[in-house]
Design a protein around this ligand. Structure first.
Ligand SMILES: O=C(O)C1=C[C@@H](OP(=O)(O)O)[C@@H](O)[C@H](O)C1
Ligand SMILES: C=C(OP(=O)(O)O)C(=O)O
Length: 642
């Protein structure tokens, strides 16, 4: 599979839910444009409407929200907030300070996601919050309370959403409140999104909203005199976390892939994902509102060792991109993965192992060593949208991937798979079949070089298997054993070299003996079937030129160009004769011609995959052509179908 195309991103989840809540808390009417449509934003919209806030849809992802100036009209309600952290945490804080009685619940997993640090902070201000299930976790009962105090300590090392919730809600108290962050604050860029959105609605947090560059992240004050004011109209940026899947697709699948909706100028920390991907070798260009990615010039990503605390969501995409890297990738400082939609470190490790990776997991890190070849697997998604989106990338391995329960992407990106399908294409294959000594190997190799594509010499696979069988003492008629062997051997082509089970193979592959062994085992149906997957695994971006006998008919029936390359028996005998003479060997043209005719007869008459011009294949008779002319003819036929 390859990737190429343009994606218009849906709106940012983090910005959408913040803007909706701030617009509801503000004075005045706000028009929100490019809002994200997804489960998480639906939960926020439902909650606000239940609380009596007037929210009108204007069509085309635009909404008009009539603010209630911090005083929700409905004073008693039950709210179901699904698994939306960006709805649950900020609404808990806002409702705890708004003088009503509210019950907040979510899906079972939400009831396993911590909220104790936020509840502890709000209680310091006098908030009345009770746990309805387990201590420290939703569901919650919030009751009216008299607010006291002007200082709050909040832990910042489990989720930044507690601090975000607190910051957004504090202007409701009408008093200046000091915040002290306890423990190392994680996911800091999300606090920057919070500060930026609050500033749009007229509230500045001192000194964080004022100081440029690095902040201390330990103390701040939310001044008492400020009230949220509608900015009139606000535009939601495209989601930078959602962009990560497409950027990675371009980096793995060739590219160029362009994403529109977020770029160099963004409040979202996840735009940094693009920088980390370029450290892996991807070539990235950015504009104000777009990014475009190409695969590394070498075709392969580089492994990295990265502290991912600043990009907790997009880091999951790096974990799957690591399957395509040249070594072991380590992603660290990601303990928060364990308390999100699922235990993401455990889930990622389990599913990466299914596709063949070697994975080590620790309390707060994951180490991924890619397999030689990515295996087909059925991926479980644990009701985690990001697991589903990340693992779609495993399809670039060529063996296919099954994503169980793909609809879970609705949490933040309901149209994900449709968009993914639009920018991914099957890797083009040029199939060149033909009789022996027709020159198809040389032509195929040169066409591959001219187009920068990969090359598969399928005949070499049969010769290698024959060699492996002889080395292991397996008889050339033991069909079942040979088929089993075909599944086990590790065959690698790199440049001109060929490796069998990690050992470089030399001239022994080109001997008469290896040729004869290949021809015998190639007639066994189970062996041909067992080698199918191995041959198909060569189909990698940006394309493949494959030569053999059944490339167009059996192995790559969807090839974009199918050539049946042949020459008269006389011409082939003459070419072979010249070749042998050049090598200083003695040769007899009549005997060569007889050999070629006998081989043609055997090849066309055999019952399994007989040599014939496949349906849809075009004939290229090279009798009157030299190699260069034959290559040019294939290239011009390719240009015509491309
Ligand atoms: O504030 C936000 O919008 C978010 C903060 C992050 O959570 P943590 O702060 O829990 O890491 C992130 O993972 C989440 O998807 C969105
Ligand atoms: C952690 C995530 O979501 P939430 O906003 O529910 O925390 C996420 O989207 O990856």
């Amino acid at each position: 599979m390859s990737a190429r195309g343009t994606v218009r991103l849906p709106g940012s989840k983090s910005i959408s839910n913040r803007v909706l809540l701030l617009a509801a808390l503000a004075q005045g009417t706000t028009t929100v444009r490019d809002l994200l449509h997804s489960d998480d934003t639906e939960r926020m919209l439902d909650a606000l409407r239940t609380l009596g806030v007037v929210v009108e849809s204007l069509g085309d992802n635009a909404y008009r929200v009539t603010g209630c100036g911090g005083n929700f009209p409905v004073k008693q309600a039950k709210l179901f907030l699904g698994n939306a952290g960006t709805a649950f945490r900020p609404l808990t804080a806002a409702l705890a300070l708004s003088g009503g009685s509210y019950e907040l619940s979510g899906v079972p997993r939400m009831h396993e996601r911590p909220i104790g640090d936020l509840v502890d902070a709000l209680r310091q201000l006098g908030a009345d919050i009770r746990y309805l299930g387990n201590e420290g976790f939703p569901p919650l009962q919030i009751s009216p309370a008299k607010l006291v105090g002007d200082t709050v300590k909040v832990r910042g090392d489990v989720s930044s959403q507690f601090l975000t919730g607190l910051l957004m809600a504090l202007p409701l108290t009408g008093k200046a409140v000091n915040i002290e962050v306890v423990g190392e604050l994680i996911s800091k860029p999300y606090i920057k999104i919070t500060l930026a959105m609050m500033a749009h609605f007229g509230v500045k947090v001192w000194p964080w909203s004022i100081v440029e560059g690095e902040l201390d992240w330990q103390h701040c004050v939310v001044p008492g005199v400020q009230r949220y004011q509608s900015p009139d109209t606000i535009y939601v940026e495209g989601d930078a976390s959602s962009a990560s899947y497409f950027l990675a697709a371009g980096a793995i699948g060739g590219g160029p892939v362009r994403i529109e909706g977020v770029g160099r100028v963004s409040v979202q920390g996840d735009v940094r994902f693009a920088d980390e991907l370029s450290r892996m070798g991807a070539r990235i260009e950015k504009g104000e509102n777009w990014m475009e990615v190409h695969a590394p010039a070498s075709g392969k990503l580089k492994a990295i060792d990265l502290d991912c605390n600043h990009i907790p969501d997009a880091a999951m995409t790096l974990a799957v991109a690591a399957l395509f890297a040249d070594g072991t990738t380590r992603l660290s400082n990601i303990a928060s993965w364990r308390v999100k939609e699922t235990d993401r470190i455990a889930a990622m490790a389990t599913e990466l192992r299914k596709v063949g990776a070697t994975v080590e997991e620790g309390a707060d890190y994951i180490r991924i060593t890619p397999p030689a070849r990515i295996k087909h697997a059925a991926i479980d998604t644990y009701d985690d949208h990001r697991m589903a989106m990340c693992f779609s990338l495993a399809a670039f391995g060529g063996a296919g991937v099954r994503i169980n329960d793909p609809k879970c992407v609705a949490k933040t990106f309901p149209e994900y798979f449709a968009e993914f399908a639009k920018v991914t294409q099957a890797v083009p294959v040029i199939a060149i079949d033909g009789p022996s000594a027709s020159g198809k190997g040389t032509v195929a190799q040169r066409v591959a070089t001219a187009l920068g594509m990969h090359y598969l010499d399928s005949g070499a696979l049969y010769r290698l298997l024959g060699l492996a069988a002889q080395k292991r003492g397996i008889a050339l008629e033991a069909e079942d054993k040979l088929a089993e062997l075909a599944g086990q051997v590790d065959i690698r082509f790199e440049g001109e070299g060929i490796w069998l089970d990690g050992v470089k193979v030399g001239d022994e592959l080109r001997t008469e003996e290896a040729g004869a062994a290949a021809s015998r085992i190639a007639a066994l149906p189970k062996v041909r079937a067992a080698l199918l997957d191995k041959q198909r695994a060569f189909r990698r971006a940006p394309g493949l030129v494959a030569d053999g006998r059944d490339m167009a008919s059996v192995v790559f029936p969807d090839s974009v160009l199918k050539i049946f390359l042949t020459a008269s028996a006389e011409a082939r005998a003459e070419r072979r004769y010249k070749q042998l003479k050049e090598k200083g060997m003695s040769a007899n043209i009549a005997a060569l011609l007889q050999d070629i005719r006998a081989r043609d007869e055997r090849d066309t008459q055999r019952s399994v995959a007989p040599l014939q011009q496949a349906q849809g294949a075009s004939l290229l008779d090279t009798t009157p052509l030299n190699i260069e002319q034959a290559v040019q003819e294939v290239l011009s036929r390719y240009r015509a179908v491309k």
